[in-house]
Design a protein around this ligand. Structure first.
Ligand code: PMP
Length: 387
């Protein structure tokens, strides 16, 4: 049988993640800066074990049962308090939905808002798996360049005007404002305000993807969340337990107006009914007992130390003409080589000859043809090579 004859047009828009492909051929003899995984020593494994036992002892009948699509009430109440501490005020549980990681929320964003041919704006470069999630729904994605302060808002406004002039339908601006993946850049407060102002003026949604804000490890306070400054209900806020607890829990959440959350629930119903009830009760208890809050300073310390080590090594070993970002959040450093180098072509040599892997920067660009960057992950590799 030829399966291709059966596949939908939509399936043909799906592309394997270069990163996941890459991870397959990284053996234990390769130092990999290619993945995007947290440091396993940051997982509160012992506490998760205790909490799991307690949850199953005291509420197995609920924790092992089907649940509502919106999510476990206790967890949503804990998240309301958790977000309140960073200035995000929601009226109640009706403003939150629990998803299978933020990745599911990104897919739902695509489902709910994108018609084929609609315009979507992202930072350039941007999170590869968001591009993949959106592309399935056939949008025209425009990347707006960044500098050290985040998305260039003057360019953004020009892009918006042009789309409108051409009669295009622009739906949302997707940003990762803190410790961006892949660049590690944190958007300045000024840019955040300007972005909100522009979104308001042109009546656009903002998708704020914030996996890294809670583990910001810079010396100063992190800038406010866009959601905390949103007086018009136009920010749809996504976050996750993947970086503050453990990605294996596959737990994320969305905070938005109750109307938007209802649409998310409707979409999620047909995808997977609901997120794992057991994991939701575990997460609620981790928050309630303060396990997550106590663990956050430890995660920050691990990542700050590892970032410093990588920055120090880059300073020591990189030749002239190579530049890189100095992140205060997130898990990545973005490195740019002179234009004559193609980091995609160089990768084979890097792995085979030098035993080092990274992710070529090319696929993080929605529409720019740039080949001289790479993404380096500093959270997963150990300080010492193990061989
Ligand atoms: N958004 C961004 C910017 C990310 O870096 C990640 C994780 N790599 C995610 C979303 C998805 O995370 P998860 O599905 O584990 O919550």
């Amino acid at each position: 049988m030829n399966i291709n004859e059966f596949l939908s047009d939509r399936s043909k828009l799906m592309k394997a993640s270069e990163i996941r492909e890459l991870l397959k051929w990284v053996t234990e003899n390769v130092i990999s800066f290619g993945g995007g995984m947290p440091d396993p020593s940051s997982f509160p494994a012992k506490e998760i074990m205790e909490v799991t036992k307690d949850v199953l002892t005291t509420k197995a009948e609920k924790a092992l049962q089907y649940g509502t699509t919106g999510g476990v009430l206790e967890l949503k109440e804990e998240l309301t308090k958790f977000m309140d501490k960073v200035g995000i005020k929601v009226d109640g549980p009706e403003n939150i939905i629990i998803t299978v990681g933020s990745q599911e929320a990104l897919d739902i964003v695509g489902r709910l808002f994108i018609n084929p041919g609609d315009y979507v704006i992202t930072e350039s470069p941007t999170y590869l798996a968001a591009l993949q999630a959106f592309r399935i729904y056939g949008p025209r994605i425009i990347g707006v360049p960044m500098d050290e302060y985040g998305i260039k808002v003057d360019v953004l406004e020009g892009v918006i005007k042009k789309v409108i002039e051409d009669g295009g339908k622009l739906k949302f601006i997707y940003v990762v404002p803190t410790g961006q993946n892949p660049t590690g850049i944190t958007m300045s407060m000024e840019r955040r305000k300007a972005l909100l102002e522009i979104a308001s003026r042109y009546d656009l949604l903002i998708i704020e993807d914030d996996p890294y804000g809670y583990i910001y490890f810079g010396d100063e306070e992190p800038p406010m969340r866009l959601k905390a400054m949103d007086s018009e209900g136009r920010v749809i806020y996504l976050s996750t337990f993947s970086k503050i607890a453990a990605p294996g829990l596959r737990l994320g959440w969305v905070a938005a107006s109750d109307e938007v959350i209802k649409w998310f629930e409707l979409a999620k119903q047909s995808i997977d009914l609901h997120t794992s009830t057991l994991n939701q009760y575990i997460a609620a208890e981790l928050l309630r007992r303060g396990v997550i809050e106590r663990n956050i300073p430890r995660i920050k310390e691990i990542y700050r130390t590892k970032r410093d080590l990588m920055l120090q090594a880059l300073n020591e070993y990189m030749p002239e003409g190579v530049t890189w970002t100095k992140p205060s959040a997130g898990m990545f450093i973005w490195l740019t080589t002179p234009k004559k180098i193609d980091t995609g072509e160089m990768l084979g040599t890097a792995i085979k000859k030098y035993g080092v892997a990274y992710v070529p920067g090319k696929s993080f660009y929605p529409n720019e043809d740039r080949h001289n960057d790479m993404r380096l992950n500093f959270t997963y590799p150990t300080p010492q090579a193990d061989f």
